[in-house]
Design a protein around this ligand. Structure first.
Ligand code: KG4
Ligand code: ZN
Length: 336
């Protein structure tokens, strides 16, 4: 079965073709990062309008790359939420319309399930069961995954998401949007030991997270710097970036390892935009190897939002018998 999938929950328009037997066939992506940069964050109305302009050319590109036509498509999947309402509506409307015109079913997909299953697009793929650390701009969760559709929440953030902590700290440091990659880049030039930032809830005994206090600590440090200090100011900022990254990575890693111990599982999967962080990857690879376990990441290009993970999650749900292809067709489902 050939599934055409759409992602439009935030600032990336993603389209992909996945075969339920053969996996990913092709995908195309347009990032709106440059457009939102001058505003320091995503402007929802601009995002929706850009999705409208990009979605059909990207569809043509995806079909051409796989040597296919719309008539070859057996079902159309789309991100139903969570995300920006207007942005979600673009992908959902296009997917529903194409599905309706072809007389094929449309399959709503939860954005986080897309991220959660995206490491299965990598080679080698992790076998079930595994623990998943889901770290995006809007979510930070630890899940036990026993199979497709069989997810148990182990812990989550009580306030800001890890990606949000990166983004907000970066903003306080005057770095561009999106903050995660910018802060991480600056951190490479800094010394993480110069400033001692808090590791919130590190010893809380549970698997929950809290990142809002970190933001305040970064703000306090920034205020103590002399903005006219020239090179000294730049060095201080790089050191603060390194300390911020180290604090976030330490907490994410410690809680993930605690989840491994608690569940007794040996496989850890990291998904979502923050999963692209090099420091987090290296830290978890070392620590999991030391414990005789393994850690899996999606391919770097599929860490942040993309259409491949949505079409792929739909395919996994179809293969697991979780989609009623006869009736799921045209119930319009968007949950911002
Ligand atoms: O999964 P994603 O693309 O979108 C959401 O569903 O939220 O994640 C975006 C988040 C942003 O907060 C971004 O700053 C963060 O992922 N991010 C990173 C890196 N690349 C993206 N954070 C830290 N280091 C990175 N290299
Ligand atoms: Zn996402």
């Amino acid at each position: 079965m050939i599934i055409l999938g759409y992602e439009s929950s935030c600032d990336e328009t993603g389209v992909a073709l996945v075969c339920t037997e053969r996996g990913l066939l092709s995908h195309a992506l347009h990032s709106q990062v440059k457009m939102h940069q001058e505003y320091g964050g995503v402007v929802p109305e601009l995002a929706s309008r850009d999705h409208i302009q990009r979605v059909l050319p990207l569809t043509a590109e995806t079909l051409a790359a796989a040597g296919m036509q719309l008539a070859d498509v057996d079902a159309v999947a789309y991100t139903a939420g969570p995300g920006l309402a207007g942005a979600l509506l673009v992908g959902a409307s296009v997917a529903q319309s194409i599905a309706w015109s072809l007389g094929r079913p449309a399959i709503p997909v939860h954005h986080l399930e897309g991220h959660l299953l995206s490491p299965l697009l990598a080679n080698p793929t992790p076998a079930f069961p595994f623990v998943a650390l889901l770290v995006s701009g809007g979510h930070t969760q630890l899940m036990r995954v026993d199979g497709v559709g069989r997810y148990a929440l182990l812990g989550e953030t009580l306030d800001d998401a890890a990606g949000e902590a990166f983004d907000k700290s970066a903003k306080l440091m005057g770095l561009g949007y999106p903050g995660g990659p910018a802060l991480s880049k600056l951190a490479e030039q800094g010394d993480p030991t110069v400033y001692d930032l808090p590791r919130p809830m590190l010893h809380s005994g549970d698997l929950d997270f809290s990142f809002s206090g970190l933001k305040t600590a970064v703000l306090t440090r920034m205020k103590s710097f002399d903005v006219n200090g020239g090179a000294a100011f730049e060095t201080a900022k790089a050191n603060l970036a390194a300390a911020t990254e180290a604090a976030i990575v330490d907490v994410l890693a410690a809680k993930s390892l605690k989840a491994m111990k608690q569940t007794g599982l040996k496989r850890l999967v990291v998904a979502g935009g923050v999963g692209a962080n090099r420091h987090l990857r290296q830290h978890l690879e070392t620590e999991m190897a030391r414990r005789g376990g393994e850690v899996f990441f999606p391919p770097l290009s599929l860490c942040t939002d993309n259409g491949a993970m949505i079409a792929f999650a739909a395919a996994q749900r179809v293969n697991a018998g979780l989609v009623d292809l006869s009736t799921s067709s045209h119930a319009f489902t968007v949950r911002p």
